[in-house]
Design a protein around this ligand. Structure first.
Ligand code: NAD
Ligand code: ZN
Length: 373
């Protein structure tokens, strides 16, 4: 590992853990896992690695080699890539594998992949034998800056996404930004929407840094990536520290752009919009809503639009959704974060700060789908 690696500490009392971030630190997985799990080099290490079909070859195999080379006993289980694997059926198959591997409470579960693998592996780690130690090795930008930090694990139910799950913090997170080299362009850009979100909700200096480093972002410059991933992890860690179990309302700020985005994702048909693409459009709609309420002016919207467009994210609601006002409102009302029919929106009052606002007129909400400036 080169000396510029960074560690972000997630401060959660007895559930605290470190996120180790660098380019090329994957080979350190055995050493780091031992330290996170409190195992000395002469103690046995058994690892159950969950990955998916796109991540197995380049990255999960490298993790396996590093672990085996350090004397660990390793089983790699590969699930089909995609959201379909976040299911109770898949979880059940993994429990069978854990039984077959004779896993006990000393066996560590390692997730090597994007948010799907992280959420699924975290869920089985949380539930098998009432909890196995868990290590995250996120390989998508979204997983690095969002899903691997904060302890939300779970699977989908046919009636709802992430409906079955548990808060379960990992023992540690290893982020090797080099793993993003194989990430498809659209997936990478989709992750950038969440990155930009952190700037708007929490950190105007970080937003300016992104504006000043557009070519580094587009070219996946290693130094820029390390800086970006580290700052996002710090920002998310702050929120999680204040509201680990989503009870105080602080964690809700992470939903900026998401009330609109969830409706766009649900209505645009499977796969038409990636999550981050929907969030990008959702943030623009949310900003227009903030403007309608007199919270921000045109300038704050323009800065977001320009940054999102500079990294080639969509900013306008797809034509076919523009007039679906009733469908969009009913989707928003069905969202599990809606409380008793009162839609709440996370809205900026400047770049770097947001509040949660309820009681907004429905017409105003749908009027913000189209650009009226
Ligand atoms: N737990 C949380 O707090 C949280 C937060 C946000 C999202 N999520 C969940 O995360 C999931 C989305 O995560 P995602 O966007 O990472 O999706 P994903 O895990 O499906 O990964 C996206 C695609 O990229 C592929 N991939 C992953 N890493 C790769 C790499 N390095 N090279 C090549 N291909 C690679 C995957 O196989 C997949 O096809 C959703 O299920 C969502 O609910 C969870
Ligand atoms: Zn999101």
């Amino acid at each position: 590992m080169n000396s510029s690696g960074q560690t972000v500490h997630v401060d959660l009392g007895s559930r605290s853990y470190d996120i180790s971030i660098d380019a090329g630190n994957l080979p350190l997985i055995a050493e780091l896992s031992r330290s996170w799990l409190g195992r000395s080099p002469d103690q046995p290490l058994r690892c159950f690695v969950v990955t998916d079909t796109n991540v197995l070859q380049p990255h999960a195999n490298a993790v396996k080699m590093a672990l085996s080379g350090a004397g660990a006993e390793v089983r790699v289980v590969c699930v089909k890539a995609g959201e379909v694997s976040k299911s109770l059926t898949e979880a059940s198959d993994l429990y069978d594998e854990l039984v077959d591997f004779r896993a006990d409470r000393k066996t560590a579960v390692l997730a090597v992949g994007g948010g799907v693998v992280g959420d699924l592996a975290g869920f089985i780690a949380a539930t098998y034998a009432r909890g196995l130690p868990f290590v995250q090795i996120p390989t998508t930008l979204l997983a690095m800056v969002d899903s691997s930090v904060g302890g939300k694990t779970g699977v989908n139910h046919p009636k709802g996404k992430n409906l079955i799950g548990a808060f379960y913090q990992p023992a540690g997170v290893l982020i090797d930004t080099d793993t993003m080299a194989t990430l498809p362009d659209r997936e990478y850009r989709s992750g950038l929407a969440e990155v930009i979100k952190y700037g708007v909700i929490q950190d105007s200096d970080f937003f300016s840094y992104l504006e000043e480093n557009i070519s580094g972002l587009n070219e996946r410059d290693p130094a820029v990536l390390r800086q970006v991933v580290s700052r996002c992890c710090e920002l998310k860690a702050q929120v999680v520290k204040e509201d680990e179990h989503e009870t105080t309302g602080v964690r809700a700020i992470l939903n900026y752009g998401h009330t609109y985005a969830h409706a766009f994702e649900a209505l645009s048909g499977y796969g038409a919009l990636l999550h981050g693409e929907a969030v990008s459009i959702g943030m623009v709609c949310g900003s227009r809503l903030a403007r309608s309420l007199g919270r921000i002016g045109d300038g704050e919207i323009q800065r977001q639009v320009e940054l999102l467009q500079a990294v080639q994210l969509p900013v306008e609601v797809p034509e076919e959704l523009l007039t679906k006002h009733d469908d969009i409102l009913s989707c928003m009302l069905l969202d599990k974060k809606t409380v008793f029919g009162d839609l709440k929106f996370v809205l900026p009052d400047r770049i770097g700060h947001v509040d949660t606002i309820g009681g907004i007129d429905s017409k105003m909400i749908v009027d913000c789908l189209a650009d009226s400036s």
